[in-house]
Design a protein around this ligand. Structure first.
Ligand code: CMC
Length: 376
């Protein structure tokens, strides 16, 4: 009798955690006790990062100090030699490859690289959270043959990122939408990339290694890569009038429908409604509502026909596209937010660590006879 649980560790509880709770039946997502609906309505990404790392909401003074540190050019800027490395990469390198490479390389310049104390790990998390938007924006400009822009410490993380991408002052609605998207993506319990980060951290490896592992796991289309796939689908459909026929055929062809379904939620992902609303408002502002119209039709048909519901990845990209962001930057943006949660999990793992080392049930042969290579 096999002792293997359900494939993909489904429903396996691997650890306790104080960071994040998902109620998959009610469709609720909670960070440190706070419903993301409330955080999306009232908070800022910077405050949510503080909450995830420190377990409580900051006082006004704590918030100001934390915000200032996260915005400081000393934390946001990239080592000039890393920019030189970026220039040396082939222009076709995808933004996720660049992010994975860049985050790994950043540890070479980090003054706390070898220190795994909580204080040093928080400083490293702070630098990574501040540097990742600069890295993503720098690559966007380099691959377009433009010089990267220096971060502006007077702007919030969201406003500064949008500015560094385009060189233009973003609209208030774009900044608000982007900030809410970052809040909604900041953590999600033991998802694949967070688990990868925790597995790496549990060997007593360092923050940069854990975040690099997580970025690798996020890249796949079953996880963070789904938001890009959704936009590729929208681009294929093009015309809202053709959306219903297209998605009905996709269902009949038994295609995997990106932006739908979830291992934990049995109802609509609570993040999707915020992203749908914001993408709708932004689409209206920029005079292109077609993407959201296509997604609304796709969502209605898939929900009716397959009873699987939109997840976080269905509407996020439509908002980013309305901000003029390239599709292959959607997953790096997910990482720019999720780094907050990954870091919180690394801190929690290091705070009460035991090596994560499961077993496999061997199903191969056990008595093969070795034949020398010359006789095979
Ligand atoms: N399209 C078509 N069928 C689906 C989908 C989907 N998106 N999701 C689930 N199903 C069906 C699947 O075919 C299977 O049916 P059956 O039992 O008849 O074979 C059943 O539902 C269970 O699917 P599963 O793949 O075993 O479920 P899972 O818990 O392993 O997968 C998932 C979860 C998110 C990988 C899956 O729903 C999926 O592939 N979705 C599309 C990719 C996507 O949007 N990923 C983003 C996830 S949310 C953000 C994040 O965490 O990164």
């Amino acid at each position: 009798m096999s002792t293997v649980g359900k494939a993909g560790l489904e429903d396996v509880v691997v650890s306790t955690t104080d960071i994040c709770y998902i109620d998959g039946r009610e469709g609720r997502l909670i960070y440190r006790g706070y419903d993301v609906d409330d955080l999306a309505a009232h908070s800022t990404f910077e405050e949510v990062v503080y909450l995830l790392w420190h377990g409580v909401l900051p006082s006004k003074k704590e918030y100001e100090t934390f915000y200032k540190a996260l915005s400081a050019s000393t934390n946001r800027k990239l080592p000039p030699k890393l920019i030189t490395i970026l220039h040396a990469l082939p222009k076709k390198t995808t933004p996720m490859e660049v992010l994975r490479t860049g985050v790994s390389a950043l540890s070479a310049w980090d003054p706390d690289a070898a220190d795994n104390s909580r204080e040093a790990s928080v400083r490293k998390a702070m630098r990574l959270t501040a540097q990742m938007p600069t890295l993503v924006a720098a690559w966007e400009r380099i691959r377009r043959g433009k010089a990267p822009l220096a971060p502006n410490p007077k702007l919030s993380l969201s406003a500064n990122f949008l500015y560094m991408m385009s060189g233009k002052k973003p609209t208030d609605l774009a900044v608000k939408t982007f900030d809410v998207a970052l809040i909604l993506h900041a953590d999600h319990e033991f998802n694949a990339s967070t688990f990868a980060a925790r597995v790496t951290a549990a060997t007593l490896s360092d923050m940069h290694s854990a975040i690099t592992s997580a970025i690798g796991a996020l890249k796949g289309p079953l996880h963070g890569g789904a938001n890009e796939q959704v936009m590729l689908m929208v681009d294929k459909i093009k015309d809202p009038a053709k959306a219903e026929a297209w998605i009905r055929k996709a269902i009949a062809d038994k295609m995997r429908l990106m932006g739908f379904g979830h291992r934990v939620y049995r109802v609509e992902d609570p993040r999707a409604k915020h992203l749908r609303r914001l993408a709708t408002e932004l689409g209206r502002q920029v005079g292109d509502e077609s993407k959201v119209q296509i997604l609304n039709t796709v969502a209605r048909v898939v929900t009716e026909e397959k009873h699987i519901y939109p997840n976080v990845d269905l509407f996020s990209g439509a908002g980013y596209a309305a901000m003029g962001i390239a599709t292959d930057q959607f997953t790096p943006i997910f990482a720019m937010s999720r780094v907050a949660g990954w870091a919180a999990h690394v801190l929690e793992q290091h705070g009460n660590n035991r090596l994560i080392r499961p077993r496999g049930e061997y199903t191969g042969p056990t008595r093969a006879t070795y034949v020398p290579i010359s006789q095979r």
